[in-house]
Design a protein around this ligand. Structure first.
Ligand code: HEC
Length: 182
């Protein structure tokens, strides 16, 4: 079979590769073997892909999940900081399960409340806040209300003017974090 194009270079007699049978506009090609370095790289990428898939999908690190949880907690805490007013039982229970808010509440509690209620919340001058006995009601909104207004005649100060709405909500969440949500 003669290539129609006369400009085709003559075949190198040293070349052992077979000439393939087709011809496109007079252009023919050898049936060249792929170089080893190329094949090795190709196989390496396949092996890498399998290992990567195994590690990523079958032994996933928990870090992605926990980073996501931490980020959601931070966003919820920021939302609260932006609008600390509209609080009901449901939102306070939700806050009490948010580690960022609970941590902030703990800081407030240790600073302002632990002197009377004990750092373990088990009571002292003020009553125990982790048992099921409540003088002024144990629903989150009731606890929030007690902390806001205080019980002045009994020696429990009102905290809203001192701490502001956000800190009062956080410290309520901290106390509720010791209680089981319904
Ligand atoms: C000076 C002491 C004192 C400090 C400080 C104090 N409390 Fe109290 N607290 C009391 C006393 C006393 C009572 C009991 C009121 C009563 O008998 O009605 C009480 C009651 C409460 C109650 C209601 C408990 C119930 O059973 O209904 C909550 C909630 C509470 N305190 C939270 C806090 C928080 C949160 C802080 C800090 C921001 C705080 N307290 C700081 C003395 C204190």
């Amino acid at each position: 079979m003669t290539p129609p194009n006369n400009a085709q270079p003559p075949r190198d007699p040293q070349d052992e590769d077979e000439l393939r049978h087709h011809s496109y506009d007079g252009i023919q090609e050898y049936d060249k073997r792929l170089p080893n370095w190329w094949l090795m790289t190709f196989y390496a990428t396949i092996i890498f892909a399998i290992i990567y898939w195994l590690v990523d999908q079958h032994f996933p690190s928990s870090t992605d999940q926990s980073r996501l949880q931490a980020e959601i907690a931070r966003i919820d805490a920021d939302k609260l900081a932006a609008a600390p007013t509209a609080l009901d039982d449901a939102s306070l229970w939700k806050m009490s399960r948010n580690p960022v808010i609970v941590d902030a509440g703990k800081t407030t509690f240790v600073t302002y409340c632990a002197s009377c209620h004990n750092a373990a919340l088990t009571g002292g001058i003020g009553p125990n806040l982790v048992d099921d006995v409540w003088i002024h009601g144990g629903k989150p909104v009731q606890v929030l209300e007690t902390i806001k207004k205080g019980v002045l005649v009994k020696g429990m100060p009102g905290w809203e003017p001192v701490l502001g709405a956000q800190k009062v909500a956080e410290v309520t969440a901290y106390i509720m974090s010791y209680h089981a949500a319904p």
